[in-house]
Design a protein around this ligand. Structure first.
Ligand code: B12
Length: 466
């Protein structure tokens, strides 16, 4: 139990399923429930919590926050599942106390709930009419307008290090130069880009002091080996087959080891702006070009929990937050370092590359490392295929939860694509035709497809809360 601004707070921890959250809520006779979501599958779980609260006849206020949540999502998907109580989106933790106090006050609650409910109804109606009027290309038309290139003129480099490689207990000192500091400032809600943020008249001084503390702690993390960095990387022969990528064990390219599924943009576009899918950047099977793909999983989260819990026990929340944020920075730095190693040595399609930290952050290199959950691959379940190919639990100690979050938290996973034209994009919303097609390719039932793809579906295709 934590004491926080006059409230007793019980933190149930991460990735707790709906029924366990609500059992605890009843057990401790809570006055309100707060949910925080980092990646989109947790948004689905929030809808389940709301529906389960309704089923149990509860009417406690439900506060929603976290990186992937939004007022629109709360209004359109969570609130409609919870008619007995009110779901309220809180964009920033510092506002949580004011909102919670108002919701618990008999005088203030009715007006706040009426205001929020009216605002959410208006948002839901606006969204529904926007969706109805949004124009979308059919899947067939989008495929027709795919990215194409003269594959016969493309000669992929054969990776000298094909297969799966473990980089266990990697030297932490080697990662420091790859840290992108900008997101660290965002953790403290300091807006600005490193290093320009230091000159900002309003936040510059705070940013400088935070950066000094961060560098000092980073030095200790490295010198005293506070955490362990583990990674696994794989490179295989591969070819695109339609919107999928077949991954092969060897150059015979017989039965695929696995199939990576990709989703295609369906917004209305023209020939100058292709409707992209990640599979477009891998040579198609019928081109007879021998292409390759890579995958990786990295973590800097082993041992993280023990130390951050110690800071918390010592009532040193500042150090606990700073330490967790640094572990996240190191995980990203490790992915950056690994990608560079792949380009220069393991796949070796850019052996002479030599880029500064700034150039790496600006992605001035050839190829991309799309991660499931980003805009160009919104399907988090693809991590399951990557993890099997990489044997990530055994080789790097990273596991997936039921909703495809990675454990430990400071972990990143994704693919490597090398085509010079490969680039990041957002799939955006897809139509029912692609929903059905993708479900068939993944071997999903219609309900499974709607569950996992719900963030990119139109209202008519959305799952109905249980
Ligand atoms: C830090 C971060 C990470 C860290 C992970 C941290 C961890 N240990 O779990 C690292 C670098 C490891 C990482 C990895 C990944 N990430 Co990431 N990550 C972020 C990032 C940059 C910041 C999130 C953050 O911590 N912000 C700081 C905190 C303080 O802010 P916050 O969470 O928004 O919370 C504030 C408010 O929302 C509010 N609040 C939060 N919760 C609550 C709850 C209540 C009740 C209330 C009232 C308020 C409240 O208070 C906070 C302070 O004001 C976001 C991008 C972004 N700008 O948000 C992407 C982001 C969340 N990541 C994303 C993705 C995809 C991933 C990966 C899946 C990528 C991959 N395949 O490897 C992995 C998943 C990791 C995992 N363990 O499963 C996507 C998620 C999109 C999606 N569709 O799901 C994002 C949005 C990036 C993007 N633009 O696409 N990530």
């Amino acid at each position: 139990m934590l004491a926080c601004n006059g409230f007793d707070v019980i933190d149930l921890g991460v990735m707790v399923p709906a029924h366990r959250i609500l059992d605890s809520v009843v057990e401790c006779d809570a006055d309100l429930v707060g949910l925080s979501g980092l990646i989109t599958p947790s948004l689905e779980e929030m809808c389940n919590v709301a529906a389960e609260m309704e089923r149990r006849g509860m009417s406690l206020p439900l506060l929603i926050g976290g990186a992937t949540t939004s007022k629109a999502h709360t209004a359109v998907k969570i609130d409609p599942a919870y008619n007995l109580g009110q779901a309220v989106y809180v964009p920033d933790a510092s506002r949580a106390v004011g909102v919670a106090s108002a919701l618990l006050s008999d005088e203030q609650r009715p007006a706040l709930v009426a205001e929020v409910a009216a605002e959410y109804r208006a948002i839901a109606e606006r969204r529904a009419s926007e969706r109805r009027s949004s124009r979308r290309a059919s899947l067939a038309a989008a495929r027709e307008n795919r990215f194409t290139t003269d594959w016969s003129a493309y000669a992929p480099t054969t990776p000298p290090l094909l297969g799966v490689h473990t980089l266990g207990d990697y030297a932490l000192g080697d990662l420091v130069g790859y840290v992108d500091w900008t997101p660290l400032f965002r953790t403290w809600e300091l807006k600005g880009t490193f290093p320009r943020i230091f000159e900002d008249p309003s936040v510059g001084e705070v940013a400088r002091s935070l950066h000094r503390d961060a560098e000092a702690m980073l030095e200790r993390i490295v010198a005293e080996r506070w955490i362990r960095a583990d990674a696994v990387v794989g490179l295989w022969p591969a070819n695109a087959i339609g919107d999928d990528i077949a991954v092969y064990a060897d150059e015979d390219r017989g039965e695929p080891l696995a199939t990576l599924h990709t989703l295609r943009q369906q917004m209305e576009r023209d020939a100058a702006h292709p409707n992209l899918a990640l599979a477009d950047f891998v040579a198609p099977r019928d081109s007879d070009v021998a292409d390759y793909v890579g995958a990786f999983a990295v973590t800097t989260g082993h041992l993280e929990h023990e130390r951050s819990a110690q800071f918390e026990r010592d009532n040193d929340d500042y150090s606990a937050i700073l330490f967790k944020a640094l572990c996240d920075r190191l995980a990203e730095a490790f992915a950056e370092r690994l990608h560079e190693w792949v380009r220069r040595e393991a796949w070796a399609y850019a052996p002479g590359e030599s880029l500064s930290r700034e150039e790496l952050i600006a992605e001035r290199y050839r190829g991309i490392r799309p991660a499931p959950g980003y805009g160009c691959q919104p399907d988090h379940t693809e991590k399951g295929t990557l993890f099997e190919l990489l044997d990530a639990p055994a080789r790097a100690g990273i596991t997936l939860t039921e909703s495809f979050a990675m454990n430990p938290g400071s972990s990143v996973s994704g693919m490597f694509l090398a085509h010079p034209d490969s680039r990041y994009f957002g799939v955006g919303h897809i139509g029912s035709d692609q929903l059905e097609d993708y479900a068939a390719r993944k071997g999903w039932t219609a309900a499974e497809a709607r569950r996992w793809l719900s963030p990119i579906l139109d209202a008519d295709d959305l799952p109905v809360a249980a």
